[in-house]
Design a protein around this ligand. Sequence first.
Ligand code: SAM
Ligand code: SF4
Length: 335
Amino acid sequence: MSFNHHPQKFIDSFGRHIEDLRISVIDKCNFRCTYCMPAEGLPWLKKSELLTFDEIERLVRISVERGIKSVRVTGGEPTVRAGLPELIHRLVNIPGLEDVSLTTNGFLLRKMAKDLAEAGLTRINVSLDTLVREKFQHITRRDHLSEVLAGLEELEKYPSIRPIKINTVAIRGFTEPEVLDFARLARRKPYVVRFIEFMPLDADQTWSPDKILTGREIFEMINAVYPLVPVDTDPSSTSRVYRFADGKGEIGFINPVSEPFCSTCNRIRITADGQLRTCLFSTWETDLRTPLRSGMSDDQIGEIMLQAIKKKEMKHKINEPGFVRANRTMSQIGG
Ligand code: SAM
Ligand code: SF4
């Protein structure tokens, strides 16, 4: 039980109110996307190192008391964590939490969509970088495009899960030929396609500035064929959203490299092994698992989180000389 009924809110030293928590539930994945993991995988965490559902639920409750409004469950590949729908069910029932969403590669969705819908999930992001089988095989190192497309179709049967967002990492030399195909997909299906700029978080360290295909460039390519109209979004939103002028569908751009949104960043992350990270590009993290397992109170744990949040980085330095890569890959952090 907490003694302090008005715990101090999560506000950082730049006055940013931290309202969005991304929590990774597993570091493992059934894909090996080249921009994320090495072909052979990574040294996986032991089961005892992963936060339990009780621990995750407790951290989310503590965070909600201190201002977190939305939680995104991610990984690694969250659907690989046994019992995921149960965790979703627990999270959607936390009082005061406004929004729970899931980010997945979609491979297991055909079988899991129903359970997720029944668990109360209302929002989902499916990662899909290409609609061409050979390119899919190349980028994910798995031949599973048809399963992902089937998973997306399965989701359409559950109208309680909307919007269905597709996240597409944009890579120069890879994505350009399919930009208009993705636009047509967004027009034809109830999917909001969002292009994300490639960030230096890949295990193989193949990222380089010339591989960034900016959101602006993709916007121009689409707008020339299918005129786009801006849609108002929340100021802390990371994506710029447009709708097609003729009313058929929406498209978005997440431009962390070319147009950083750090000044309005309201996000923190917790890794699958219970480390709090205040920025994707942090070079340090704060252990929450030891406090959780050593009998500390909710107030004490909330206070540890707050102290870390007060040190949240002003901005990432991808575009600056001497940029230092984060000490973990995207799959280990929880993108
Ligand atoms: N496995 C799930 C998936 O792929 O959706 C969830 C975890 S994954 C790390 C979360 C998101 O990060 C995915 O949309 C993925 O495409 C994106 N991502 C991974 N590495 C990235 C990178 N280097 N730059 C930009 N986005 C990246
Ligand atoms: Fe797995 Fe997602 Fe990383 Fe791809 S991006 S390897 S699906 S964690």
